[in-house]
Design a protein around this ligand. Sequence first.
Ligand code: PLP
Length: 616
Amino acid sequence: MINIPRLTFYRQIHVQNTIGIKRGISCNRMATSTLSSVSHVHQTQTQPHILTNGSTRSFSASSPSQQPSNVGNVGFAEQDTIIGKQAHEPLTVDGIKARRAKAGKLIAPTASYSDSDMFKSPQAFDKPKAKRWDHLLTEESRARKPCALKQAAKHLKKPGLISLGGGLPSASNFPIDHLSMHVPAPPSFEGGDAATAEAGKYDVAKDENGGVYDLAIALNYGQSIGSAQLLRWVTEHAELAHAPPYADWRCALTIGSTGALEQAFRMFCDKGRGDAVLTEEYSFSTALETAAPLGIKVFGVKMDGQGLLPESMDEILEGWDEEARGARKPAVLYTVPSGQNPTGATQSAERRREVYDVCRKHDVYIIEDEPYYFLQMQPYTSHPPSNPPPHSDERAEVKPIPHPETVEQFLKQLIPSLLSMDVDGRVMRMDSFSKVVVPGSRTGWITASEQIVERYIRHAECCSQGPSGISQILMYKLVDETWGHEGYLRWLMHLRLEYTRRRNTILAACEEYLPREVVSWVPPAAGMFLWLRVDHTQHPQASTKSILEIEEDIFNSCIDKGVLAIRGSWFRAEQDVPPSGLFFRTTFAAASEDDMARAIERFGAAVRESFRLASD
Ligand code: PLP
C-alpha cells in the first residue's frame, strides 16, 4: 500500500489523451493501492468519424476499432478537485452535486475498475479502520485468487499496447444501437410528471445522452464490482443514508440480495467447521433454503413485535453448548431489521443498538438484509378507539406525525441502520432495488469493510461476474441521470405513502372481518407483510390436534374459499423444533384494495369455521 498524506484526497493525476481533452484520474488515500495495481493512463482513442451508410458514429472510450484497448480506468474530467470546505460536514444531496461539479465528468471506459473510495467524500475517511475478519473467513473464501483475465486489464495502461488478450467482443457487433425508457418523474411521479431516458451505443464519444455511460460500455464485459457509473451512485447513496462510522467501507454491486446472501454464507460459514448462523425465530424462507444445502445450521432467536430479542440472543450465545447443539457457537447473525419477512416486524433504533451490542459482546458478524428499509411507513393510527388492536399497550402512544416534506427530513425520520452504528465494520449490509424499483433488474449492492468487499468480488468474478450490463445501464439512467439522488429519495417517499395506504387498507379489513378473540396482529411499521397470529389454544381440538395440523386445516380451507395466506411454519428457522404458535403471513403489496378486503374476509371465514365461531 502506498502511503499518501491525508491532504491528497481527490488529488488529480492528469494525462493527455490523443484527442486533446485534458483528463484526470481522481485518486485518494484508499483508492491509490487499487489504482496503482490497475492503470492510471487512458488508452489511445480515435476521433469520431462518419460511417459509410451515413449515420454518424463516434469511437472513443468505447471504440470498436480500438477494441479492447478501450479497457481502461476510471477518472474525472476536471483538475484539482480538492474538496476542502465540505470536510467534516455530513454529506448532503447538494454536497454530492457540488463534488460532482468539481470533479467533472466521470470517465469510465469498458471494463474499467473502480471502487467506492473514488466516490466517497473526504470526511468518510477520517475515522478508524474496520476490524479484520480473517478468523471468520472460510477456507473457500480465503483460497480465492483474483480472476486472471480480469486482472489482465491492468496491462492496458501501457500506451500503444495492442491487445490480443481479453475475450471482449467488439461493440460494433452488438445488435442493440439504442434504448429508450419512459419513466415517472418527480414531484408527483404520476400523470404529466414523466421523463424519457435514452442510451445510445457511442454516447460517450459523441457526448450525447449524458455522455458518461453508453451501450458499448454497458453491453460488454465489465468488472465484477460493477460499473463505475452505478457504483458511484450507490456509494454516494450509502454515505448519504448511513454514513458508516469507520473509514474503509466500500460497496459492490450484486445480482440482488438472494445471490449476495449465498456468497456471504459461503464466505463466513463452513460446514466442515460446524458453523452456524443465528436469525429470527421466523425467518425469510429463501435464506433458510440457502443455508440448508450448504450444511449450515440455523438457530432461531425469539422475537416480539419489534423483531429480534437481544436478550434471547445473548442467552443463546452465553450458554452455547457445542455438543448439545451439534454446531460451533454462531459467529454470524442474519437479520432483516425493517419490515422483516415474514413477520413484518421492525426493530426500533434502540433495539438495533442492543442487537449490535450483543454482537460485539460475542464477536458475531452481522448480515443486515434490508430490502424493505426505505418502506418505513407513517405510523398506523387509524383504528377506531372503541376497537383497539391487540398489543394496544405497544400502540398506546402512537401519534400521527407529519409526512416528511424534504429528502433531508425523510432521511432523518428513518430508523438508523445497523450499518450506521457499525464502528467495528462487522456489518455486511445488503440493499436491493427489488422492492423499491423492480425485482427483475436483479441488481442490488452490499456495503461492508474493504476486506469483506474484496473477498466478495473475488467470489463474484468466478460465479455471476456481477449484475447484467443491461440492468446496470437502465438503473443508472433511472436513478442517476434521470432522478438523481433527490429524485430517487422522492420516489422512496412516494412509495412509502403508497405502502402506508395499502397497509391501512388491509388493517381496516382485518378490523372489520377477523374474529378478534382469536386473531391478533401488530400493525407493521415497514415493508409489505402482515403477520397474523391465531390463538391455537382456543381451538376446539387444541388438545388433540397439533399446531401444524390446525394450520394445515385453515390453509386448505383458505384455498377452498379463494385466498392464499402463507403458513407461518414454513418460515421457522428451526424446522425440527415444534412451532411456538400458529401464524399466517399475508402481504399488502399487490392485491387491489377491494381484493384485499375480500381476501381478508375469506381468511376470517376460514378461521371462524375452524374455530367453530359464529360468523359475523
Ligand atoms: N431478502 C428478503 C428479506 C426478502 O424478503 C427478499 C424477497 O422477498 C429478498 C431478500 C430477495 O431480494 P432480491 O430480489 O434482491 O434477491
